[in-house]
Write a protein that binds this ligand. Structure first.
Ligand SMILES: [Mg+2]
Length: 286
């Protein structure tokens, strides 16, 4: 008898899906390792052409563009393959789709940093002072990121613990100064992202589904930080999309876990690749 979670995974594989969005760190890459395994890159570069696909990550546009180039390099026609992707960066604060005329990605929405209520410089100064030696604060156009020093990433377990502890501290430090209605704080497992309240990967997927004009349930979303406070919590809530986790489980019904044929739960890139090998896609445009 398969477990309840395994049975739910098998049931989800009976449906057909139209689009797919992937978190990057811990979902396409092994946790706290920053390279997508070649086997998975090949798989990602050979999704059926009619299926819109997206990267949806806390990272910035420059990084995501580079990663997409690394993926499409494995396609028969990298230039054609690239056009099929959408990019959601800075934890869903911005979305980009391909513009055929400009031959480049074009922003289709943006959630601005609430600069008048939370000056970024002030937040960065506060976090730099409180965070001390162990952390690095990075200001980005729509978010502020709190990372660890590079050496910590050699120790994945420690990375996760540090990141979760930092999340709790950030909640405290930021809430002392600003109300929760302006900012949210999300833990990616390898660092924390402070973002405008209307950003977030879940909101980004709502905007993408509206643009694609598809039934939200036919969007597959894959991530790894599904727990409350994690940066995939809203992405994998099941509100928009059929959600799969290749990392943390959460207590609620969503997200679904991924299993191999023997009923073993799979995580990280192996889980993502196995999901893609088993999922069924709609064959025609609506
Ligand atoms: Mg992740």
């Amino acid at each position: 008898m398969p477990s309840t979670r395994h049975a739910a995974f098998q049931a989800a594989l009976q449906n057909k899906y139209r689009a797919v969005a992937f978190d990057f760190d811990g979902t396409l890459t092994p946790f706290a390792r920053f390279e997508i395994p070649t086997e998975l890159k090949i798989k990602l570069a050979h999704l059926p052409p009619q299926v819109p696909r997206a990267l949806c990550t806390g990272r910035d546009l420059k990084f995501v563009r580079q990663q997409l180039d690394n993926i499409v390099a494995h396609a028969e026609n990298p230039n054609e393959e690239k056009k099929r992707w959408a990019l959601f960066t800075e934890n869903g604060a911005e979305g980009f789709v391909w513009n055929a005329e400009q031959k480049d990605f074009e922003q289709f929405f943006e959630v601005e940093w609430p600069e008048t209520t939370v000056p970024q410089e002030k937040l960065v100064a506060l976090l730099s002072q409180k965070g001390g030696f162990w952390n690095r604060v990075l200001a980005r156009p729509h978010t502020v990121v709190m990372r660890h020093h590079n050496w910590i990433y050699y120790l994945p377990k420690l990375t996760r613990i540090f990141s979760r502890r930092m999340h709790k501290k950030l909640e405290r430090w930021i809430r002392e100064e600003w109300a929760a209605s302006y900012l949210q704080i999300q833990d990616s497992g390898i660092g924390n992202v402070v973002l405008p309240v209307l950003a977030g990967k879940g909101n980004a997927m709502r905007r993408w589904v509206e643009r694609l004009k598809i039934d939200p349930k036919t969007l597959v979303v894959v991530g790894d930080q599904a727990a409350k406070g994690g940066n995939d919590y809203d992405f994998l809530s099941g509100e928009v999309g059929t959600a799969f986790t290749v990392g943390e489980l959460s207590q609620e019904a969503a997200p679904l876990a991924v299993f191999d044929a023997k009923g073993r739960r799979l995580q990280g890139p192996e889980g993502t690749r196995t999901l893609l090998e088993n999922i069924h896609w709609e064959t025609l445009h609506p």
